[in-house]
Design a protein around this ligand. Structure first.
Ligand code: C2E
Ligand code: MG
Ligand code: MG
Length: 394
């Protein structure tokens, strides 16, 4: 995020720190990108490995001073031992890599030893990735919709589109399990494009039968912002073809994207705004929670992450936090959506705190399009007020 030169400086400094943790006779090499390999030859005892790994992590988490800014990195270490884990150099490297993956998955800044199960997990990932390549064409992708309820009126004229993968053998696969694979392979571009079009057709339909201002939000991965131009223009054209304005769709992004100065994120977000599309900041509170970014980027909705909502009743601090986020967002002109509302008490506390919208199992989980329509119909029968809204659109 600070530019290539500074990136190079960081690599040099990191390499220096790594070298300082090992003996002069050991080998430190950079494999590429941000991956280093350390060879500890002729080890007297295995304890040294443990000690060195710990020192490496604690050395690398110390801030780096780069261009007068403090930068922080994390380190994930994978350890494979010769000859126990592998006899061949290629296998040894592969196993160390699998162990590193496991460190990353466990939250980084740690080390993991290779275990045979890691090889199975890596195989599964490979197989899933292969299957994923054919999933769109084989029509195995589904979009489910979860209602977003306006707390003051009980009316529903928003929903979030959430993708699912109907795997022929594994059944319904959760996005948490396949989005990372889709991101690694770039397949997220095609999948995200498909989700957008599917949701656009759905919102056109819902605007006719349910609420003339219905809005559907789609999640957009940071990877989708990397492509220059990307499908953005094509999306706007598609909405026009369907006779829709940009106002019918909302783009959900996460804070990590905003912290990244590369890939012209600002311009790309502005393009959405120019097309009348709104932007939601997802999972707020789990990342940097940077207030300055909220104003800088013209965000329309802030989604409070479910981790805060789930402890609302038991933890007074969480209630205070939610209340403060709501007040702050309102002062900045943003509407607030609470995620993961599972109980009546949570809904009431949030409504009382002035939260604008709520989403969660208490109202409905994400469901297929037909089920979602049935849900809306049943809902508007109970909340007559929201039903009337159909006619109020003019
Ligand atoms: P997200 O965008 O934060 O979506 C909310 C997640 O919370 C969904 O998980 C939803 O099913 C779940 N959820 C909703 N209400 C409740 C509740 O009351 N309690 C609890 N515990 N959970 C609730 P899901 O569908 O598994 O999606 C997980 C994540 O995958 C999403 O998090 C989003 O980041 C990503 N994702 C989903 N669809 C897409 C997509 O089309 N494109 C991209 N790039 N990412 C997607
Ligand atoms: Mg979302
Ligand atoms: Mg979220």
């Amino acid at each position: 995020t600070l530019g290539h030169d500074i990136g190079d400086t960081l690599l040099v400094e990191a390499a220096r720190r790594i070298s300082s943790c090992v003996r002069a006779s050991d080998t430190v090499a950079r494999l590429g990108g941000d991956e280093f390999v350390i060879l500890l030859a002729s080890l007297e005892e295995l304890d040294c490995v443990e000690r060195i790994a710990r020192t490496l992590v604690s050395t690398l988490v110390e801030p780096f001073l780069l261009a007068n800014e403090q930068a922080y990195i994390s380190a994930s270490i994978g350890i494979a031992l010769y000859p126990n884990d592998a006899q061949e150099i290629d296998d040894l490297l592969k196993h160390a890599d699998q162990a590193m993956y496991s460190s990353k998955n466990a939250g980084r800044n740690r080390h993991s030893y290779f275990a045979p199960e890691m090889q199975q997990a890596a195989q599964l990932r490979r197989r899933m990735t292969n299957d994923l390549r054919g999933a769109l064409e084989a029509q195995q992708m589904r979009v489910h919709y979860q209602p977003i309820v306006e707390l003051a009126t009980g009316s529903i004229h928003k929903a979030e589109a959430l993708v699912r993968w109907q795997h022929p053998v594994r059944g319904l696969v959760s996005p948490a399990d396949f989005i990372p694979l889709a991101e690694e392979t770039g397949l997220i571009n095609e999948i995200g494009d498909w989700v957008f079009r599917e949701s656009a057709r759905q919102v056109a339909h819902l605007r006719q039968i349910h609420h003339c201002n219905f809005q559907i939000s789609v999640n957009k991965s940071p990877v989708q912002f990397r492509k220059d131009g990307g499908p953005t223009k094509a999306w706007f054209r598609y909405l026009q073809e369907l006779g829709l304005t940009g106002q019918s769709m909302v783009i959900e992004i996460t804070e990590g994207l905003l912290m990244n100065v590369e890939h012209n994120v600002t311009e790309k977000l502005l393009a959405f705004r120019d097309a009348g599309m709104q932007v939601s900041l997802d999972d707020f509170g789990t990342g940097y929670s940077s207030l300055s970014y909220l104003k800088k980027f013209d965000i329309d909705y802030l989604k409070i992450d479910k981790t805060f909502v789930s402890n609302l009743e038991s933890d007074p601090d969480n209630l205070t936090l939610c209340e403060s986020i709501i007040v702050m967002a309102h002062k900045l002109g943003l509407k607030v959506i609470a995620e993961g509302v599972e109980t009546e008490a949570q809904r009431d506390l949030l409504a009382h705190a002035g939260c604008d919208y709520a989403q969660g199992f208490f109202f409905s989980g994400p469901v297929a399009a037909t089920e979602f329509e049935e849900f809306l119909l049943a809902w508007s029968k109970v909340y007559q007020g929201s039903n009337n809204a159909i006619n109020n659109c003019g």
